[in-house]
Design a protein around this ligand. Structure first.
Ligand SMILES: Cc1ncc(COP(=O)(O)O)c(C=O)c1O
Length: 497
């Protein structure tokens, strides 16, 4: 089936007079994938039509499904070609609408071999975002909460209230560092709930944790710098560090935390600039680094002058006990930066995140933020502030924890007896699954996308790109019925592989 599709597609492409090399490849299908992968041929085919102006600037391009049918290749192949076209600036994406031909000014030069060699981890792709942009019926790839479980109605109440209280809110910038009222509420909250000693001047409001990671990476990392990362980890952070040209040093995370001797050895020999950690209900594994390791790791960071960047968006999403205090609570010398996003359990659309760090790094961060966007929207900060200080927040969190635990248990129930393995998480949004050796997550994804089921293949979360029989399934987005149905379909597909 697959071989036939490959041959047919090559005939089509050749008939279009494009891929000269493909004719040779047709006689040697085994080498073809190696030397000139199919998606690359589709890419070339598209570039050629764009260059010949059969598709003009700002023309809408055929959908993935239509092009896959036309060329008789798999949709994922076309998807991959589109991804490359987008990253080379040939096309651009409009959300929920499709792909369009980009104007010449968007074209990025291909990196030369020399440049690529000088920046070993060079990359301009974000495969996670590509998977998540595909509209699917069974959504298990987004570590996001079902919008039906979020406090949308209450937030819209506050929208009206905020306009009454601050009639000029749209007519003004926020301060670059963030609304002082919000920072002062958050610093009190962090003291009471997370044991963090903080002043409002030590907080910066960013547009999501992703912006925070980006700003920090921009300040701290240069080409060839080492950065320690958990293995596995949040794949977008890996893409950001790669784009900065940094070299990734993986540190395995287990239910017991890290191997601190190995971490110390890496810090001693490689002198990494920073260690990016997500130590509480970690994405993707759900593990939480135990309290005893937190203090020790902060001491190591201080000794080896390695910044700890603690990304903590899942702290309040727990099913059992309250997790241990953040690493930031143990920091005495300013070697920890604490990122606390509210995208997960309040409102991803508001893009509110607080970054805590000490002087003098805060000044540098504020400058970077001013260059990025001159401050996050004041309206969003005020809406968030009024919700955050109302008793509704804690009520919402109480109900949300129960709902998410039910989701998690449904997923686990459906997977029982599958032969798939995972460690039951105590919080967070995902199951990190080990498939039987015979099943490849990439092959399963290819099949599952055809059935409108998405998940994150483990290799995207692996700094070494090797965890091919792992996958991340998010139980937080799909409704209970969709979750059951989708899991059954997914396991059936795995059995057929
Ligand atoms: C560990 C981690 N950090 C950061 C983010 C991005 O958060 P935000 O939406 O606040 O940018 C995510 C989103 O999934 C995440 O899992």
């Amino acid at each position: 089936m697959q071989a036939a599709a490959v041959t047919l597609s090559l005939q089509k492409i050749r008939a279009a007079g494009i891929a000269e090399g493909s004719a040779k490849a047709m006689k040697q299908p085994a080498n073809m994938e190696q030397n000139h992968p199919l998606f690359r041929q589709v890419y070339d085919y598209m570039v050629n039509r764009i260059v010949r102006e059969e598709w003009k600037v700002h023309d809408k391009l055929p959908s993935i499904r239509m092009l896959a049918e036309e060329l008789q290749v798999h949709r994922l192949t076309v998807f991959k070609a589109y991804r490359e076209l987008a990253s080379s600036g040939r096309v651009y994406v409009k959300d929920k609408s499709g792909y369009y031909v980009a104007p010449a000014g968007m074209l990025r030069e291909e990196p030369t071999a020399e440049a690529a060699a000088g920046v070993p981890a060079y990359s301009l792709t974000n495969p996670m975002s590509d998977i998540q942009r595909m509209p699917v019926q069974y959504q298990f790839s987004q570590a996001l909460i079902d919008p039906g479980l979020l406090p949308n109605l209450f937030l819209s109440d506050y929208v009206k209230k905020v306009f009454d209280l601050y009639p000029k809110v749209m007519g003004t910038y926020s301060s670059v560092q963030g609304d002082p009222e919000l920072r002062s509420v958050l610093s009190r909250h962090y003291q009471e709930h997370y044991k963090l000693q903080l002043s409002p001047a030590e907080l910066l409001i960013t547009s999501g944790a992703q912006q925070a990671i980006n700003l920090i990476a921009g300040l701290v990392l240069g080409p060839m710098d080492y950065v320690l990362v958990e293995r596995p980890t949040y794949s977008v952070a890996l893409d950001i560090f790669r784009r900065a040209g940094a070299r990734l040093l993986p540190v395995t995370i287990t239910p017991e935390g890290y191997d601190l001797e190995a971490v110390e050895e890496l810090m001693r020999t490689c002198r990494p600039r920073m260690f990016y950690i997500n130590p509480t209900h970690h994405n993707p594994t759900g593990h939480t680094v135990p309290a005893r390791q937190r203090k020790l790791l902060v001491e190591l960071a201080e000794r080896y002058r390695c910044l700890l960047v603690e990304d903590d968006p899942f702290r309040d999403i727990y099913f059992g006990g309250v997790p241990p205090a953040p690493f930031f609570a143990y920091d005495t010398e300013g070697w920890v930066i604490y990122i606390s996003s509210f995208s997960k359990y309040v409102a991803p659309g508001l893009r509110i995140c607080a970054v805590a760090c000490r002087h003098p790094f805060m000044e540098r961060l504020i400058t970077a933020k001013s260059m990025a966007d001159n401050g996050s929207p004041l309206l969003n900060q005020k809406i968030f502030l009024h919700y955050y200080t109302s008793p509704r927040l804690q009520q919402h969190l109480g109900k949300l924890r129960i709902a998410l635990q039910v989701h998690k248990e449904i997923m686990e129930e459906e997977l029982a007896g599958s032969g798939w393995e995972w460690t039951a998480p105590e919080g967070g949004l995902n199951l990190w699954i080990k498939l039987p050796e015979s099943v490849s997550a990439a092959a399963l994804l290819q099949r599952s996308m055809e059935q409108s089921i998405s998940f994150v293949p483990g290799e995207l979360c692996d700094p070494l790109g090797e965890m091919t029989s792992w996958l991340r399934l998010s139980y937080s987005f799909a409704s209970e019925n969709v979750l059951r149905e989708g899991m059954r379909k997914l396991m059936q597909l795995a059995r057929e592989l």
